[in-house]
Ligand binder design. Structure first.
Ligand code: AHM
Ligand code: MG
Length: 356
């Protein structure tokens, strides 16, 4: 293709994308984004669409859960040794079954499964993707009708031929192509980024479509919410205690309007903080020496969204997106939200490490 023509047509596509008006469904938005990549054959866009479809089914089952005998425990534990809920199992199977037929999906990994699902290599396709998800995050809240969510992320595979391997999944978050979540709350929302800002779509139950309701989401500067399981305070290390005390009890006027808000569903806590401004932490502590939340299934995708929305995420000593994963189910400490507070935490950890 002539370079100049292709640059011009790309400019035009970008302008069309920026000026994209009308009834903006997730479907049409994904197509518009796809046109920003002139060589795209639509395989990647198909994955996003299919996640959207699966999430509508999960959302409808979550809404009817009290009526259809799917509340409660499934009677088995997952790889983390945690009780699986019936809806965990159902959501996991639904995502696996919906996505495995797409030719560009080389493999999948789930918080609920020990190993990765390798799909037969597609004969014509070697430029394919691996998908990771936490099918139903915050599932301990299901029976109480509290907001829960699905978290997903997509990497381009790094191996070139044959079935995918674990190394295709063990990539730093910085290399993500897309990440997002679906929150099943008072309404169902699909929030995602392909590196072009964070966009939120609300499911219109009357037409059954996700409609763009929150374009280009940016985390507000004001830290309105401090979100942590504060009963763990006694198990936290010194810099984390100092950070929490500074925000909760200090005299810094910046925190005059900050409130404690903790749901215990990371998706819901993150979503609220993204809208209102705030910081969420699940640090390492005496009970969880490497943190509680999973790097690949929870922390990296949300860290990617936080950065795309102008925020940040750290362990205290390293950006979440820079961590080179070593194991599929690796956990990590996380402080995520407004850049100002994430920087403050980093600084307090650094001061502590230097003996101050
Ligand atoms: P899950 O993936 O098994 O549901 O666990 C993760 C959840 C997060 O959504 C939430 O932030 C955290 O666990 C809550 O933990 P705690 O109950 O220790 O406060
Ligand atoms: Mg989870």
């Amino acid at each position: 293709m002539n370079e100049r023509v292709s640059e011009e047509s790309l400019e035009l596509r970008k302008r069309e994308f920026d000026e994209f008006e009308g009834f903006k469904t997730l479907e049409s938005f994904i197509s518009a984004e796809q046109h920003l990549h002139p060589r795209s054959r639509g395989f990647f866009a198909d994955i996003l669409r299919r996640i959207g479809v699966a999430s509508k089914i999960i959302g409808s089952r979550v809404q009817r859960a009290g009526l259809t005998n799917v509340l409660g425990k499934a009677g088995r534990v997952n790889i983390q040794g945690e009780q699986q809920m019936k809806l965990d199992v159902m959501s996991n199977e639904l995502l696996m079954n919906t996505l495995q037929w797409l030719p560009a999906v080389a493999g999948m990994a789930s918080e609920e499964e020990e190993g990765v699902m390798r799909l037969p290599p597609h004969p014509d396709e070697h430029d394919t993707y691996v998908i990771m998800f936490d099918p139903l995050d915050g599932s301990s809240n299901i029976d109480a009708n509290v907001s829960i969510g699905t978290i997903f992320s997509i990497h381009r595979r790094v191996t070139k031929w044959g079935a995918c391997e674990e190394v295709d999944f063990l990539q730093p978050g910085r290399r993500l192509l897309a990440a997002g979540y679906v929150i099943y709350g008072s309404s169902t929302m699909f929030v995602y980024s392909t590196g072009n800002g964070v966009h939120g779509f609300t499911l219109d139950p009357e037409v059954g479509e996700y409609v763009l309701s929150h374009p280009d989401m940016r985390i507000p500067d004001q830290c309105r919410c401090f979100s942590a399981n504060e009963t763990n305070y006694k198990h936290w290390d010194e810099p984390t205690k100092r950070f929490a005390d500074h925000i909760r009890f200090g005299s810094d006027p910046h925190y005059e309007k900050t409130s404690s808000r903790y749901i215990g569903s990371m998706v819901a806590d993150f979503h609220r903080n993204l809208l209102y401004g705030g910081v969420f932490l699940y640090p390492a502590d005496k009970k969880h020496p490497t943190g509680k939340l999973r790097l690949l299934f929870e922390c990296a995708p949300l860290a990617w969204l936080a950065e795309q929305a102008g925020g940040a995420a750290t362990t205290g000593r390293q950006d979440i997106l820079d961590i080179q994963p070593e194991k599929l189910h690796q956990r990590c400490p996380i402080v995520i939200g407004n850049s100002r507070e994430v920087d403050l935490y980093r600084q307090m950890v650094a001061d502590h490490d230097q003996g101050n």
